[in-house]
Design a protein around this ligand. Structure first.
Ligand code: AMP
Length: 601
């Protein structure tokens, strides 16, 4: 079979990167997915459901039961579920039995506060054990776990808490002081704020309660109430080109997909030590950072610290990580540090390397072989899909640069939109179209909270349209081309340009703002803003610095622009829509394309 690399126009082109023939590390364990065609043909979601227990007595399906209680009730009770590595070098282990105890306590805390079924519980914290306890404890009560990225500034946090109408916020005292205290009056839905802090320190903050003290006082027995598999469990925020952030709703039976997809794409085996480096403030950090490894009864590593190549190699070695799920930006940063550093660390335990969140350059896949003796397995999914949809599998040849092939149970197509109501299938191999999925898998989002119209618009002609452009080659491998919209991917985080523009417009000197993703060799894109000033303001360096600082304080470092250029006007079409594509073309010195709809300025 000869690998073809898309040209985007239907003609196969000669491959620049040779196929990597199966993963040599396979000898360590027989992969879960060997005969792809056969497994796909035989797969059914009801079969996948049978790998889980369900609540006793036919009480339905609850994520926390599958992740914690069923293991704690059996031989895995004393197995380490979470191993937390603090920034300072301390280590804390939680067995499945410990997790049962803590999550039961938190479920009782919530119940006593009158928080339960359908109530959103937002958690704003770094990678600390209490976040995992809060998430799983909330799920036990039927509350809706809503993670908030701790690097967000006050503005994105306020928007998300208010859209979610969160009733409870669990956060640390440091984050509360820095980001929430000043906002408290504009968060009307919040009834309880539970602070994780050093003993004694949280007593001084009015309107808050001490998370740890409440946990210590609570009963450690809790019976999960019957849970409808279709009950809302998770609310994950994502961004579009326009409008407010979108709250993607996921239900308890999403756990069927978390479990099954991890088995195939991450090749989980009993005894694995798994490290998902994604922050639990985002969907990967929840679906695969919290839920999937626990449903498989594995040991998960949680590292509190930020990226540091030597630290990461050290963790892979010291913790004897067997399955490592990371992101292209981190891989590129490791590549920058160099092969010599990688070679200092012998990693005989490492069996599967996987990556998600943004395009993984073929160089990085191949570098995996040089640095670790095995390639990175790219996979694709998004907040809305709740779980991995397309992947490279350990038992399958890898075509560097390809996202791989659809998961069993997932029906993927390349389509072209025809008007607003239908699509046509793009059958010719290597031809660009929009990546589309046939609805029906358990972790598919069930709506955008309070935004039915936006949700409905995602479904055309019987497909969920992902907003990504891609091609499929002759052998069924999918290749990412780019986004069909203007959202920005920076260091793996999806950023809506509108959210950034709105904050810039709040500055008294700014008349108009347009925001794009500017290509970056490490972060994929950085946020770049173009700003037109109001009369009486000069485009000085001092003002540029002021605007950068202003945006950073409001939006947080993860979302704020890293570059700002001044321009006399922002190009808009006649309907008044910012032409971000044009801004981007100008920035990159590319042809401007069709500008016939450009508003006369
Ligand atoms: P999010 O919803 O934040 O997880 O972002 C989802 C988006 O990230 C997708 O729609 C893609 O645009 C991008 N993405 C995720 N995984 C990949 C991948 N393996 N290759 C290319 N783009 C990816």
């Amino acid at each position: 079979m000869r690998p073809s690399i898309h040209s985007g126009r239907g003609e196969p082109v000669e491959p620049r990167w040779p196929t990597i023939t199966k993963d040599p590390a396979n000898s360590k364990a027989v992969p879960n997915l060997v005969d792809y065609e056969r497994v796909c043909a035989e797969f059914s979601w009801s079969h996948a459901r049978a790998a889980l227990d369900g609540l006793p007595g036919g009480g339905g399906l609850n994520i926390a039961h599958e992740a914690v209680d069923r293991h704690a009730a059996g031989v895995a009770r004393h197995r380490i579920a979470l191993r937390w590595l603090s920034k300072e070098g301390a280590q804390r282990n939680y067995t499945y039995g410990d997790l049962l105890d803590r999550t039961n306590r938190f479920a009782n805390v919530l119940t006593r506060l009158g928080v339960g079924k359908g109530d959103p519980v937002a958690v704003l914290a770094g990678r600390i054990p209490e976040l995992y306890i809060a998430a799983l404890g909330a799920l036990k009560t039927g509350s809706v776990f809503t993670p908030l990225f701790s690097a967000f500034g006050p503005e994105p946090i306020e928007a998300r808490i208010n859209i979610a109408r969160a009733k409870v916020l669990v956060t640390t005292d440091a984050l509360y002081r820095k980001k929430i205290e000043g906002l408290r009056r504009s968060l009307p839905s919040l009834e309880h704020v539970l602070l994780i802090g050093e003993p004694g320190s949280v007593k001084n903050l009015p309107g808050t309660r001490d998370f740890r003290a409440l946990l210590a006082q609570a009963d450690n027995r809790f019976t999960i109430p019957p849970t409808d598999p279709e009950a809302i469990a998770l609310l994950h925020f994502t961004s579009g080109t326009t409008g407010k952030p979108k709250g993607a709703v996921h239900v308890h039976q999403a756990v069927i997909a978390h479990h099954a997809t991890a088995r195939f794409a991450l090749d989980f085996h009993p005894g694995d030590v798994f490290w998902c480096t994604a922050d639990p403030g985002w969907v990967t950090g929840t679906s695969y950072g919290i839920i999937a490894p626990l449903t498989h009864g594995l040991t998960s590593i949680i590292d509190e610290a930020e990226f540091d190549a030597e630290r990461w190699y050290g963790i892979l070695r010291a913790e004897q990580v067997t399955v490592w799920y990371t992101a292209p930006t981190a891989i590129r940063m490791m590549m920058r540090v160099g092969l010599e550093t990688a070679k200092k660390f012998d990693l005989p335990s490492l069996r599967v390397l996987a990556s998600v969140g943004e395009p993984l350059n073929p160089e990085a896949v191949v570098w995996g072989v040089e640095a670790f003796g095995r390639p990175f397995h790219d996979n694709w999914w998004q907040t809305e899909t709740g779980g991995i949809m397309i992947a490279n599998y350990p038992a399958m040849d890898i075509r560097p640069g390809s996202m791989g092939r659809p998961l069993p149970g997932i029906d993927v197509a390349i389509v072209r939109r025809i008007g607003d109501a239908s699509v046509e299938l793009v059958e010719t191999p290597d031809t660009e179209g929009e990546l589309a999925l046939r609805p029906g898998w358990p972790s598919m989002f069930r709506g955008y909270l309070s935004d039915d119209e936006r949700y409905r618009k995602c479904f055309v002609g019987g497909y969920y349209l992902t907003g990504d452009l891609a091609t499929r080659d002759r052998d069924g491998y999918y290749w990412f081309i780019g986004r069909a919209d203007d959202v920005i991917k920076s260091s793996g985080h999806l950023i809506g340009p509108f959210e950034v523009e709105s904050v810039l417009l709040e500055h008294p000197a700014v008349a108009e703002a347009g925001v794009i993703g500017k290509p970056d060799p490490v972060a994929l894109e950085i946020v770049k803003a173009f700003v037109a000033l109001k009369p009486g303001h000069e485009p000085t360096d001092a003002l540029r610095r002021e605007l950068l600082g202003f945006a950073r304080v409001r939006l947080g470092a993860a979302v704020a622009p890293r570059e700002i250029d001044f321009c006399p006007t922002i190009p808009k079409n006649r309907a008044g829509k910012i032409m971000r594509r044009l801004l981007k073309a100008r920035e990159l010195g590319l042809p401007e394309g069709d500008t016939s709809t450009l508003e006369a300025s």
